[in-house]
Design a protein around this ligand. Structure first.
Ligand SMILES: C[S@@+](CC[C@H](N)C(=O)[O-])C[C@H]1O[C@@H](n2cnc3c(N)ncnc32)[C@H](O)[C@@H]1O
Length: 295
């Protein structure tokens, strides 16, 4: 959950917005100003909700962008992927869905794109315009400050690039906007980066975390509060938690619970994810009165 503060590891959490109920580019609709009888072959823009506004506001803060850019694995992997596809980007028109500071748009310009449409609904887009200007790329990178669902782009694009992946892959609910952009603006046979994504899941054990959240209640300033333990157990793991853990916490190999093909996935498929899985722990874990201890 986005709380606006740092997570347990001192990192700024990435914003999220609630799942979009049935919107996100699933339907075929009319552009603004045209009656419903004029059916257009692209999706209707979902309304911009208060949640969306709060989400975009969260992305106007410098901290979250600094955090993302300093994530070297993330940012350099995007740069490598863009450079790896240079032959498909050079001389082409690119759309960057959710450009933030414009970093991916600029990588695409470096890869030889003739034009890059860099779209962001957050006020960070204003900074992106400045960044593009100071890199003397204003003739190539066009920053559009608005929702991808609302902006007008003058042409169809050859490539879509987007960093839409949130916690648990889909937690940020941004993929719907990429699907919308794909259906509305991508030329047939165009390139999408990233093209595929996989969500893995693995069981973990974290006895320290359990101790801090549950056993804490045994003795609080010399006062017995064990009666709180059932409630603590109930509450401690109710919310998703973003934490860095070590390999020792992981009980067995991860399994794929969802695979996303960005070329074919439909917005309706994001409503729920169901998967059947079976794990067999590779560690022997001793269960003592509701807690686990590695022997
Ligand atoms: C995870 S950040 C990535 C920023 C940048 N591309 C990067 O890699 O550093 C996602 C960005 O997408 C923007 N965004 C999300 N949904 C959007 C939408 N529907 N229309 C426009 N911008 C959107 C957010 O405001 C945010 O700046």
């Amino acid at each position: 959950m986005f709380t606006g503060g740092a997570d347990g590891n001192g990192h700024l959490p990435r914003p999220r917005r609630p799942r979009r109920g049935g919107h996100g580019g699933g339907g075929i609709g009319s552009p603004p100003g045209q009656g419903p009888s004029t059916v257009q072959p692209y999706p209707a823009a979902p309304p911009c909700t208060d949640y969306d506004m709060a989400y975009f506001k969260a992305y106007s803060h410098i901290g979250v962008h600094e955090e993302m850019l300093k994530d070297h694995v993330r940012t350099s992997t995007y740069r490598n992927a863009i450079m790896h596809h240079q032959d498909l980007i050079s001389g082409k028109v690119v759309l960057d869905v959710g450009c933030g500071t414009g970093v991916l748009s600029i990588f695409c310009a470096f890869a030889g794109a003739t034009r890059v449409y860099a779209v962001d609904a957050s006020d960070i887009a204003i900074q992106a315009m400045e960044i593009v200007r100071e890199n003397e790329l204003s003739d190539k990178v066009v920053v559009l400050h608005g929702r991808i669902e609302d902006v007008n782009i003058e042409e169809k694009v050859d490539v879509i690039v987007s960093e839409w992946m949130g916690y648990m892959l889909l937690y940020e609910s941004m993929l719907g906007s990429v699907i919308f952009a794909r259906d509305k603006w991508l030329k047939p046979g165009g390139l999408i980066l990233p093209s595929h994504a996989s969500l893995y899941m693995a069981p973990i054990t974290n006895s320290q975390r359990y101790h801090d959240s549950v056993y804490f209640w045994r003795d609080v300033y010399g006062i017995k509060m064990s009666s709180m333990m059932p409630l603590a157990k109930q509450c401690a793991f109710m919310e998703p938690s973003v934490e860095t853990i070590s390999g020792e916490n992981v009980l067995t190999w991860p399994t794929v619970v969802s695979q996303v093909d960005c070329y074919t996935i439909q917005a309706q498929e994001l409503e729920t994810i169901t998967a059947t899985f079976k794990f067999t722990s590779m560690l022997q874990v001793l269960v003592i009165s509701g807690t686990s201890k590695n022997p």
